[in-house]
Design a protein around this ligand. Sequence first.
Ligand SMILES: Nc1ncnc2c1ncn2[C@@H]1O[C@H](COP(=O)(O)OP(=O)(O)O)[C@@H](O)[C@H]1O
Ligand SMILES: [Mg+2]
Length: 258
Amino acid sequence: MAANTTNINNSANLNDTPLLCVQNIEISRQQAGKWLPIIQNVSLELHAGEMAALVGPSGCGKSMTAHALVGLLETGLRLTGGHIFYKEDDISRYDERRLQKLRREEIALLIQHSLSGLDPIRTVRRQMVETLKLQAKRSRKEMEAYLGTMLERIGFADPAAILDAYPFELSGGMRQRVLLAMMLSTEPALFIADEPTTALDALNRDRVLALLKQLQADFGLTVLLISHDEQSVRKFADRVITMQPGGMASVQAKGSVL
Ligand SMILES: Nc1ncnc2c1ncn2[C@@H]1O[C@H](COP(=O)(O)OP(=O)(O)O)[C@@H](O)[C@H]1O
Ligand SMILES: [Mg+2]
């Protein structure tokens, strides 16, 4: 079970078991009956409670890595090497049923371009309730009260109006905050946000990142913030992990001067 690779962040406290440990993963695509690697040697660690940024140029494989972490690679793509340990369990070997449970209860992925994933003509309430229903922990009334509280925490002064609204009535920044509230309502331990601010202007970008930082502290969340724009995430992240084209994440030490 143990991987034979060691090129991981060696500055972390050895007693501090990482929440997520990605060891030398390789992702390949199928072509003419063969699996050809697209990205290789991606290794990184996330520690509970931190916000790490995963940066690198467009096309270097950040999104693909994020998808692989939660078992959501597109058809025709496959994890062909390495291990992904979450709470010391190798989730890269999970079947679909266990991956679904993991996505529902532990790791939430806000996918790139997910703003377009909000249905413009169904109310925020309907879409948020549907997300929450997957957990089936609360009555309808409890759900609504909880969602109101979530929206308040995410900075909406009038959550009832937001629940009644259709996404097409909201600005880009507001829709992105609704999405954050929706994802966080399921109380994940690890939140992976893939380019959560690219559709936003500079002001809203900083607002959303500051909010995410605040939520990380408030909810004790562990966050992996993915961005092609290192400058915009650097001031919010505790640590920056750099990915190069074709893979190879080089990990900067926690607390190092960036
Ligand atoms: N379904 C796919 N099949 C083959 N190659 C893909 C597929 N999706 C993305 N790629 C390629 O894989 C590389 C990594 O893409 P991606 O993870 O989206 O990069 P990033 O998120 O860092 O911009 C790119 O070169 C991209 O063209
Ligand atoms: Mg991407």
